[in-house]
Design a protein. Structure first.
Length: 256
């Protein structure tokens, strides 16, 4: 039976284990060589569970929905991306020659705390603007947020020894087509599904999240001179944060 399973299934299982704390379905053996390409699929599950919780909590109102939906997303990812967000902010605040050391420091500095607060406030603002439309935005932001590190991996060098924890992303990278195909299939399929469900305009409006997902890895990569595992996590959190705010503004102002 193991020989009959497609090779990509092990990578998908590895992404499930690495990018979430959700239990792995039985019978799957995770591999970790090429897991980044399936991170958006894990994001779809996390965003879907956030959207479901948002719906369940509708009678309680926004004051309950917003913090619990955000807490669920952070918890399901094990705080992996939040850690990268704070470490990257501390690194950017340090002199160039000490950036990697600052990012490695287990202590969180003032810049890391500030980045966490700003990202959280951006997400709160976006969800507050979206209100009943928030579940659709949570889905799209979770998916596109995890596409963002793929752009960082493709376009910038890795800053650390590639034998490290996150270095396997670069060691096993096989180019645009191979690594982006699962993500492109996912966003196209999600658009088709929402179109079939009559979820207008969300079958196409969610693509607006591609803008921060594309710009943020470039911005961070230029400032750092490359990327690391920490900045990959920062790409996720900043893309989700700005994506939710952008969708909230588009919806509230009727700019779509």
């Amino acid at each position: 039976m193991a020989r009959l399973r497609p090779s990509w299934l092990g990578d998908l299982a590895g992404a499930w284990v690495f990018y979430s704390v959700l239990p792995l379905p039985p019978g799957l053996s995770p591999r970790f060589e090429r897991i980044a390409r399936f991170a958006p699929w894990v994001g779809l599950v996390i965003g879907g569970l956030q959207a479901l919780l948002w719906r369940v909590l509708e009678p309680a109102g926004l004051l309950v929905q917003i913090p619990l939906a955000l807490a669920l997303g952070w918890s399901l990812s094990g705080g992996l991306h939040l850690d990268g967000l704070m470490d990257t902010a501390d690194g950017l605040a340090a002199p160039a020659e000490r950036r990697l050391a600052a990012m490695d420091d287990s202590r969180v500095g003032a810049s890391g705390v500030q980045a966490l607060l700003v990202a959280t406030l951006l997400q709160v603002a976006g969800l507050g603007l979206l209100q009943a439309q928030a579940p659709w935005a949570l889905l799209w932001a979770a998916v596109w947020g995890r596409v963002s590190p793929l752009l960082a991996m493709q376009t910038f060098p890795y800053l650390r020894d590639q034998q490290g924890t996150a270095g396997f992303h670069r060691r096993h990278w096989q180019g645009w087509l191979a690594e982006f195909s699962p993500a492109l299939l996912l966003v196209a399929g999600l658009s088709g599904l929402l179109l079939g469900l009559g979820a207008s305009p969300w079958w196409w409006l969610g693509w607006a999240c591609a803008l921060p997902a594309a710009l943020l890895p470039v911005r961070l990569g230029r400032r750092l001179g490359g990327h690391s595992g920490d900045s990959y996590g920062a790409c996720v959190e900043w893309s989700v944060s700005w994506g939710l705010l952008l969708l909230g503004l588009l919806w509230r102002l009727g700019l779509w």
